[in-house]
Design a protein around this ligand. Structure first.
Ligand code: ADP
Ligand code: ZN
Length: 333
């Protein structure tokens, strides 16, 4: 995986080094297209690529089999070949869907991820997880397909709605807690310095993920650390019928697992106060509107469950989270 920072107007130049010529299909959504499709297309056109466009409706509802197949059919109609590529220009929805199209079209063509949302920049565009939703649940059909390029232009965040920024910020806070040290300190707003180094935090988060994924690409071990806050977070998302967005649910999940860790004596009071404090500072609601029983019921059917126990990421300290296998029945206590 190749993580590169640059301006959208220079995307073509970067792709040139990977795919010297041929066709590129751009998959994006209507919101992103309005702001950035022309600039993206122009940058590719300069380098002589033949372009085709697949613009979907914004939102998770588009991550389905019907939209997926219609894009594949259009790609075939446009005669994309094995040596052509796909640009995913958008947030996590576009990235997952476009990645899955690229993973499966002609058994796999190049995908160039150009994340435009904060969540996509720090998380979903990195690591090669692609997929679509099925009627029975989210991301139930998918494939690992590593991007040939992840191209990040942080200036695209200027048009991202505030709520989406906070949605992605939760993953950055997660990365800061996993890493500790300077990174965690960076998350604490300073009284005398209103300038929050968002650009630096994005880089650190993206690089942490890249690092972990490169050691554990298929999510069999260390990569699970990135699931800090996610077991309960996913359950909360599901129970809310996805009214509570991913980042906000993960924030609740991080707060809950931190409280559990403290109660069990795995982390001390300072660690708990630091984690709860940072989530509070950033304005996350940590009040979970569901009971433990409701969440456990959802976790029980979670696909990641290993028999009767589950791998939870437990904070022992800032910069010290550990994968811990716990019997589901013990969660009740
Ligand atoms: P996520 O990235 O949170 O997984 P989406 O792909 O659905 O989820 O993106 C969230 C929303 O933000 C979508 O409505 C999308 O169209 C919009 N969006 C993504 N990037 C930008 C941007 N740079 N400017 C404005 N809106 C954007
Ligand atoms: Zn996440």
């Amino acid at each position: 995986m190749n993580l590169v920072y640059g301006e959208l107007s220079n995307l073509g130049e970067r792709i040139k080094a990977i795919q010297p010529s041929g066709s590129i299909g751009i998959i994006t959504d209507q919101n992103v297209a309005e702001y950035y499709l022309e600039s993206c297309a122009e940058s590719l056109r300069t380098f002589g690529y033949k372009l085709s466009y697949y613009v979907i409706s914004p939102g998770e509802e588009s991550k389905n089999g019907e939209v997926y197949l219609s894009i594949l059919n259009s790609m075939a109609r446009d005669e994309l070949t094995r040596t052509d590529g796909i640009v995913a220009l958008g947030g996590g929805v576009v990235g997952d869907l476009a990645g899955f199209c690229a993973a499966t079209y002609l058994r796999g063509i190049n995908i160039y991820q150009v994340p435009t949302s904060l969540l996509a920049m720090v998380d979903s565009s990195i690591g090669g997880k692609t997929g679509i939703d099925l009627e029975a649940g989210k991301n139930l059909a998918g494939a690992f397909h590593m991007p040939s390029l992840i191209y990040q232009d942080q200036s695209l965040l200027a048009t991202l709605p505030e709520e989406e920024l906070l949605n992605g910020m939760a993953e950055i806070i997660k990365c800061g807690i996993l890493t500790g040290g300077d990174f965690f300190e960076m998350l604490i707003p300073k009284e005398d310095d209103m300038d929050i180094p968002l650009d630096e935090m994005i880089k650190k988060s993206a690089e942490l993920k890249l690092d972990i994924v490169s050691r554990d690409p298929l999510d069999k071990g260390e990569r699970q650390l990135l699931n800090f806050g996610h077991t309960f977070g996913h359950a909360i998302e599901k129970l809310s019928d996805y009214e509570i967005k991913h980042g906000f649910a993960v924030a609740m999940g991080m707060a809950l697992i931190t409280e559990i860790s403290h109660e069990r004596g795995w982390c001390d009071g300072d660690t708990r106060d630091a984690i709860i404090g940072i989530l509070d500072t950033w304005g996350y609601d940590m009040e979970i509107p569901y009971s433990m029983e409701e969440m456990i019921e959802v976790i029980r059917v979670d696909k990641k469950r290993k028999g009767d126990s589950i791998d939870l990421i437990i904070p022992y300290g800032i910069g010290d989270c550990r994968i811990t296998r716990i019997p589901i029945d013990e969660l009740h206590e």
